[in-house]
Write a protein of this length. Structure first.
Length: 121
């Protein structure tokens, strides 16, 4: 079992960088700014009772960090295809058929991801 855990950590580290997996807390204000420039075209979001976006091409992300693990969100933001593959049994079924497009890869730094996750709580 320990070998499997080590292999998983090594794979994640090589795929998306250990700093991404073990990233820290994000900044809410910066997250809102990044969300508006990188995510709001497709996703709707309400943060602290304020509508940030009302787009409907992708899922509403309001509060998603309270129901999805951060590692899922990180992997999905860095590499959506890997996120779909790694978490297919858990989450993909919920989204299948609701949206006509797949999430594209978007260039995000570790700090961007932390900040966006801060907005999704």
């Amino acid at each position: 079992m320990m070998k499997k855990i080590i292999a998983l950590i090594a794979t994640l580290g090589l795929t998306i960088g250990l700093s991404t997996v073990f990233a820290g807390e994000g900044d809410l204000a910066k997250g809102v700014t990044t969300f508006k420039s990188k995510c709001a075209y497709c996703h709707s979001l309400i943060v602290q009772d304020k509508k940030i976006s009302s787009a409907t091409s992708g899922p509403d992300l309001t509060g998603i960090a309270s129901v999805r693990p951060n590692e899922y969100l990180r992997i999905y933001m860095v590499n959506p295809d890997k996120g779909r593959k790694d978490f297919k049994d858990i989450y993909e079924k919920e989204l299948k058929g609701k949206y006509n497009m797949k999430m594209p890869r978007i260039a995000l730094s570790d700090a961007d991801i932390d900040n966006i996750i801060a907005t999704l709580k």
